[in-house]
Ligand binder design. Structure first.
Ligand code: ADP
Length: 432
């Protein structure tokens, strides 16, 4: 607005001088556009390199034991250095381009007043302009150029920011793997019966498939999934948790298609104890209460007692308020798993999914976990992904999977008699 008003005023003083004064404006626009595009590109590369660097750092720190054990510190450092020097280069390019654009715009804007003053002096000498008019004209020029400069630098900044926005939207625009139903059904307290009916599913990135898969897990049944690695045990759990939807067929909880259930009520009725339990870097209390942040200390303690970890926690320096992780205590695999069990107990779901630890726990941990499981699972449906047969012999039903198909099912004893794959696994693991 200021720009328009000033131009009108300037024209009323002297139109020819105004034309001269306005010439730098389109020049500024052209320059700004070019620099804006350039900065867009540079910022984009800069963001990508920062992402690559963060990924590199995370990977290296997560695998620090392997890096050290294989003596790869120098090569990891060199890889990080290479990304850092690329970053430095981009940073310098970014600074130079920004300064150039700002200063060039300022320079171009200065051409106007210089020409106006010279031409104006000439006009005054010839008597066709008054000194007062030239001074007024000259003063007003500031109001012409300052909005142009502001708009120009805003344009350059916006272009740089747009590069980041583009990257953010690359992720925000990704479709979610599963969608909430338009009118979701809420199941406040499920009985815990799960059924796969003619389910077909495959990961887009790999050749693995489940085809026409059928199975029903009854209420309060303890079902163990066994089979060689890659058989599809985790995939079944991923489908129950609705991390993916089947391509065809249905999976139901208490007879309701999971796709019709609200995600919230589905996941409220399920609890997962992962094979490699991850604890958050906070207190043990917060880690257990993660399932139900409003839980009281007494409730957390009760859950820990059932999970056979209460005594261990009370022996820690700050008991339930001891920090876990980098700044706090380091826990063994068995202790972590019992804390995760306590978290699941506090949630008190209808269905408990337990991905058993792959690495053998020490026998005390194993015994403690088995004891607590017995108590916890009494009133729940349980799905246990068993990596070792020693722990599943008492399951109500063992399902033997291979290549995405159920090859056999039954109790331990039945399977030993009838299922060759199970017998082979048992011979290897239990020396039966
Ligand atoms: P299990 O738990 O029995 O070891 P999984 O269910 O984890 O087996 O995996 C079954 C197959 O599916 C494997 O061959 C694996 O490579 C593949 N797979 C698992 N997860 C994914 C995924 N997110 N994307 C692509 N392929 C996967």
């Amino acid at each position: 607005f200021m720009l328009i008003a000033v131009v009108i005023y300037l024209v009323s003083i002297n139109w020819l001088l105004t034309v001269i004064a306005v010439i730098p404006v389109p020049l500024t626009i052209v320059l700004t556009n070019r620099f804006g595009k350039k900065l867009h590109g540079i910022t984009g590369s800069f963001q990508e390199t920062i992402a690559a660097f963060s990924a590199r750092l995370q990977e290296t720190f997560l695998s620090i034991r392997t890096v050290k054990a294989f003596g790869q510190e120098t090569s990891e450092k060199e890889k990080a250095d290479r990304i850092l020097s690329r970053l430095t280069g981009l940073y310098i390019k970014n600074s130079v381009t920004t300064s150039l654009s700002v200063n060039l715009v300022n320079f171009v804007s200065m051409i106007g007043p210089v020409v106006v003053l010279s031409w104006g002096t000439y006009l005054i000498a010839g008597g066709s302009m008054k000194l007062g008019a030239l001074i007024a004209f000259y003063m007003l020029l500031t109001y012409l150029y300052s909005p142009v400069q502001t708009l120009a630098s805003a344009h350059v900044e916006v272009q740089a920011a747009m590069a980041s926005v583009d990257r953010i939207f690359e992720y925000l625009d990704l479709p979610a793997a599963v969608q909430e139903a338009t009118q979701p059904v809420a199941l406040s307290r499920a009985h815990g019966e799960i059924a796969f009916i003619k389910v077909s599913f495959g990961y887009p990135e790999s050749g693995f498939r489940l085809d026409d898969f059928n199975v029903t897990l009854r209420r309060r049944e303890k079902v163990a999934l066994v089979g060689p690695s890659g058989a599809g045990k985790t995939t079944l759990v991923n489908l129950i948790l609705r991390f993916y939807d089947p391509e065809s067929g249905v999976i139901t909880l208490d007879g309701v298609d999971l796709r019709r259930l609200s995600l919230r009520s589905l996941r409220d009725n399920l609890a997962l104890v992962d094979q490699d339990p991850l604890l958050f870097k906070t207190t043990i209390f917060n880690n257990i209460a993660y399932a139900r942040p409003d839980a009281s200390l007494d409730e957390v303690k009760r859950a820990a007692q059932i999970a056979n970890i209460h005594d261990f926690i009370t022996g820690l320096p700050h008991t339930y308020f001891t920090e876990v992780g980098e700044r706090g205590v380091t826990l063994s695999g068995g202790e972590k798993q019992r804390i995760c069990l306590a978290r699941a107990i506090l949630k008190d779901p209808a269905v408990l999914i337990l991905d058993e630890a792959t690495s053998a726990l020490d026998s005390t941990s194993e015994r403690l976990i088995q004891q607590s499981l017995k108590r916890i699972l009494a009133d729940k449906t349980a799905i246990i992904i068993a990596h070792r047969l020693s722990t599943v012999q008492h399951a109500d039903r063992i399902i033997v999977l291979d290549k995405g198909r159920i090859v056999d099912q039954g109790t331990h004893q039945q399977l030993l008699e009838t299922a060759p794959l199970y017998r082979e696994l048992a011979a290897r693991q239990l020396r039966v």
